[in-house]
Design a protein around this ligand. Structure first.
Ligand code: PDD
Length: 287
């Protein structure tokens, strides 16, 4: 599916053909920047303020200036969806980099580069109903994964290994402690208690993760932001992963081992229903 025609840059809304970058660009050469992926349901942003807050936190953590005030950025992203006449389910990608300058490791004294574009993106309804298979992989990333940095090599290598094995996601662990997925947060349910890794510096503080933690008590689950081991993961009653594009995705298999009875569990189903209600999106038949 192709992109919508208009992008937002630091210089305003332009057509996608007019976005040209020099080869000496900090994002291209160093991965020196931060990004966000934001859900659009039927033309409207979901969790927009949460994503924008995280963008500014990530930027501040690497001493990078976002070339908009927060409220201007939120208003401009709204104008971008209007200009593109977005009516369907879609996603917005945005990134900020430390600008275009001759290649030198230390910071250049140039303005940041910003762009945001929108592409159509359907909800993965069939997978949300059936659940997905996953693998385990070593978490070989740095210590500051709460920063949504452009540097994603360990993540893409883990995701490709999962794909090569016919799996949807790689669940990462450091010395046997589960951190998160290659592009998702990981939750387990054991005896009606929902566990997920605390929002420490070594995981991304997912926007869907926060919403799930807020919704869980209403579905009868007790919440524990406590790390768990790969053994606890494999012995959980239910497992799911969360992300902007995957929502609440049931995990039915890990490294070939079935979770529960191999179908999405009742608590996960209840959370999926609560999530749909909270996001104002069309209810799917989560039988
Ligand atoms: N990834 N952890 C990692 C490492 C991620 O890359 C993501 C999201 C998440 C979930 O965060 P959120 O609930 O805010 O989407 C957790 C996005 C979708 C991506 O890189 O495409």
């Amino acid at each position: 599916m192709s992109l919508y025609d208009y992008l937002l840059t630091q210089d305003g809304i332009i057509t996608k053909e007019s976005l040209l970058y020099p080869f000496e660009e900090r994002g291209l050469q160093f991965g020196d920047g931060v990004y966000e992926v934001i859900r659009i349901y039927q033309g409207s942003f979901d969790l927009l303020e949460e994503h924008i807050e995280r963008l500014y936190r990530s930027a501040e953590a690497i001493r990078l200036e976002v070339p908009f005030a927060k409220d201007t950025l939120i208003a401009s992203l709204g104008q971008l969806t209007e200009k593109n006449d977005v009516q369907t389910d879609a996603k917005l990608y945005l990134q900020v980099t430390r600008g275009s300058a001759p290649r030198e490791h230390s910071f250049p004294d140039v303005p940041s580069n910003f762009y945001a574009y929108i592409e159509p993106s359907e909800r993965p309804v069939s997978l949300l109903q059936k659940g997905v298979r996953t693998i385990l992989a070593d978490d070989i990333r740095w210590d500051l994964c709460y920063i949504k940095s452009l540097n994603l090599l360990p993540n893409i290598l883990a995701k490709q290994t999962a794909k090569d094995k016919g799996a949807f996601e790689a669940i990462l662990h450091k010395d046997g402690i589960v951190t998160e997925g290659s592009s998702s947060n990981v939750f387990i349910i054991k005896d009606h208690i929902l566990f997920t890794h605390p929002a420490a510096k070594n995981i991304l503080h997912g926007c869907v993760r926060s919403r799930v933690l807020a919704l869980a008590p209403n579905t009868g689950l007790q919440v524990e932001e406590t790390a768990f081991t790969t053994d606890q993961l494999l012995q959980a009653d239910e497992v799911f992963i969360t992300s902007t594009t995957s929502e609440i995705m049931p995990v039915i298999e890990i490294e070939g081992k079935q979770i529960g009875d191999g179908t999405p569990g009742d608590n996960t189903r209840a959370l999926q229903r609560a999530y749909e209600k909270e996001s104002g999106i069309q209810a799917t038949a989560f039988a």
